[in-house]
Write a protein that binds this ligand. Structure first.
Ligand SMILES: Nc1ncnc2c1ncn2[C@@H]1O[C@H](COP(=O)(O)OP(=O)(O)OP(=O)(O)O)[C@@H](O)[C@H]1O
Ligand SMILES: Nc1ccn([C@@H]2O[C@H](COP(=O)(O)O)[C@@H](O)[C@H]2O)c(=O)n1
Length: 226
């Protein structure tokens, strides 16, 4: 039997990580893990439990409390917190605005990385894991590492379309850029391209083209390690 294939997909906000990762996992028959959803879930728990998300000591003290369970089906990714479905509430603007502060706390990252490595280790055929530090920190021995990029303008326009124009492209771009700066600037495992990751600029590509390119890269890498 082939070794499980581990695919790390990292990149800034809105570059297409989730859309690409789910489609690649479905095409290759692999599991899927959205680590951003896990950081959102712990942030949602902090907010709903009255923890000051801008107080790193308070966040660190509570980091071990919520029980976060992530589904790994690329066709129906779910996440629960303390047994309650949190798939929708973790996408709120309030969570989006607070998540970078919570995810910068080392105790939060240590907890999440443990859960993420366990998920990868238990995926029989393999897994596509998306995030910001998967290739650098969580799974440095991944079979294939992809770093997705796109211009800030393109990312903001895509996100604004997704939100059906409810938020302007300019405001969306400012929020994306602010989140990227916080995620890249933190001390513990910042958003970064691993030295051996392959960069794919998605600005001028359709989603199908990105998926085909990533599948081809994974197949190439897989052939060399068989
Ligand atoms: N290549 C593409 N062409 C056009 N639209 C795209 C492409 N890739 C993704 N999109 C769209 O861009 C938006 C952002 O994509 P997605 O949520 O997959 O990005 P992400 O990197 O996971 O974002 P985040 O880091 O904020 O979770 C979605 O509306 C998605 O449908
Ligand atoms: N490996 C990761 C993944 C995510 N984060 C943090 O979570 C935020 C939300 O991520 P989305 O992919 O859902 O947008 C992101 O802005 C990071 O703060 C992380 O630190 N590490």
């Amino acid at each position: 039997m082939d070794n499980p294939v581990i695919v790390a997909i990292d990149g800034p906000s809105g570059t297409g990580k989730s859309s690409t990762s789910k489609a690649v996992a479905a095409k290759l028959g692999l599991s899927y893990l959205d680590t951003g959803a896990q950081y959102r879930a712990i942030t949602w728990w902090m907010l709903t439990n009255g923890i000051d998300v801008n107080d790193p000591a308070a966040v660190a003290d509570s980091a071990g409390k919520p029980v976060i369970v992530s589904g790994t089906d690329p066709l129906d990714p779910q996440i629960s917190v303390d047994g309650a479905d949190a798939t929708a509430p973790i996408r709120s603007q309030e969570v989006t605005a607070a998540v970078s502060a919570v995810s910068a706390v080392p105790e939060v990252r240590a907890r999440m990385v443990e859960v993420q490595r366990a998920a990868a280790a238990s995926a029989a055929a393999g897994i596509v894991v998306e995030g910001r530090d998967i290739g650098t920190t969580v799974l440095p021995d991944a079979t294939a590492k992809i770093f997705l990029t796109a211009s800030a303008g393109v990312r903001a326009a895509r996100r604004s379309t997704e939100l059906k124009g409810a938020v302007s492209v300019a405001a969306t771009q400012e929020a994306l850029t602010r989140r990227d700066a916080a995620d890249s600037g933190r001390k513990t495992s910042p958003l970064a391209k691993a030295a051996d990751a392959i960069e794919v600029d998605t600005s001028e590509l359709t989603l199908d083209q990105v998926v085909d390119r990533v599948v081809a890269l994974v197949e190439q890498k897989r052939a060399t390690v068989r």
